[in-house]
Write a protein that binds this ligand. Sequence first.
Ligand SMILES: NC(=O)c1ccc[n+]([C@@H]2O[C@H](COP(=O)([O-])OP(=O)(O)OC[C@H]3O[C@@H](n4cnc5c(N)ncnc54)[C@H](OP(=O)(O)O)[C@@H]3O)[C@@H](O)[C@H]2O)c1
Length: 384
Amino acid sequence: VRTVAILGSTGSLGAQALEVIERHPGKLRVCGLAAGRRMGLLADQVRRYQPEWVAVAGPEEAADLRARLGAEVPFRLLWGDEGLCEVAAAPADVVLVTVVGARGLAPTLAAMEAGRTVALANKESLVIGGGLLRAALARGGGRLLPVDSEHSAIFQCLRGTAPAEVQRLLLTASGGPLFGRRLEELRDVTPEAVLAHPTWRMGARVTVDSATLMNKGLEVIEAHWLFDLPFERLAVVIHPESIVHSLVELADGTLLAHLGRPDMRLPLQYALFYPERVAGGFPALDLGAAGRLTFLPLDWSAYPCLRLALQAGAAGGAWPALLNAADEMAVEAFLAGRLPFGEIAGVVEAVLDRWGGAPAATLDEVKAADGWARRLAAEVIERR
Ligand SMILES: NC(=O)c1ccc[n+]([C@@H]2O[C@H](COP(=O)([O-])OP(=O)(O)OC[C@H]3O[C@@H](n4cnc5c(N)ncnc54)[C@H](OP(=O)(O)O)[C@@H]3O)[C@@H](O)[C@H]2O)c1
């Protein structure tokens, strides 16, 4: 039985990971759960899966969970970032990191220092601390497995391919719910319209980021760290059907593509069982039903967030952390009705423009850059 700790179990991906685990009784077992504030749902999960470790956002949430469960289930209850890191480093066979945002970096680092196999969905941690994570992975001697569908697709295409044969990686992007509409038309689009993603059901932040293509920018930075390729060898192609999850271009011009239904349970299952590929009872992709597959070149002018992300990624240092923090703040303000959709990129750009430059070689330095960017983003949002 492989034991699994899920950080972010009450979220969209966390719930899908639990569904995968339920499909494999006797092969996968939950040993740790961590969530933020949805204590009713977490209490149900704790009752059902009986983990040994549980972490929540803070002491109030811990008291709330205790009150809901009483002495019903014996488990170690932790909270805050320290608690999250403790669950991350607990002796699980696989640590699945599906918390959202920059908060994912510290527990991912903790799991890697402890030499765990980390199945990473939290792209933000690689974006803001890629160098730190690579060093921790080398020290800890564990393994890093991608869960993001594009990176899982590339990872699968690369099996059996020598690094010297790889020319470029092509990440596909659906274009999100607003694809095809001009930037000027999108200024005042509502959160409801943005959250109606045509092909994927995801948490709020990643869905908004999919509409601005900031998500694709973060994924390119993630690919840079995962696959150790420079930015000029990472490309984005628009593919609205989300059937081809990404491609690898080889030295002779051949493209290897990964095709499948847009269902995150598949890359989750692949990571949880790696290196084994198991049947999970999911239907295979029906190509006849999928119909026409389209690919379009990227219209850079329509996606300023993607341009900013690629510039920040190539610049390195603290730039990706600033980009991510400003975007998290802007997306939160947009979802709360405090910022028009069309101004998300402007907030991110205003923050990047003001950065004087400082290193981001340690976790504290990354946190300092992140905090600076959040404070400035809050001011910029307030002024707008
Ligand atoms: N959803 C997808 O299909 C998808 C696909 C590819 C990659 N990803 C990536 O996976 C990550 C998760 O995405 P998602 O869509 O699943 O997000 P989500 O639905 O918003 O879930 C986020 C999770 O993080 C938890 N969390 C928040 N604050 C926390 C804290 N202080 N301590 C512990 N846990 C905390 C939340 O708990 P509460 O809800 O209880 O507060 C929730 O369980 C993101 O980095 C995203 O980019 C997602």
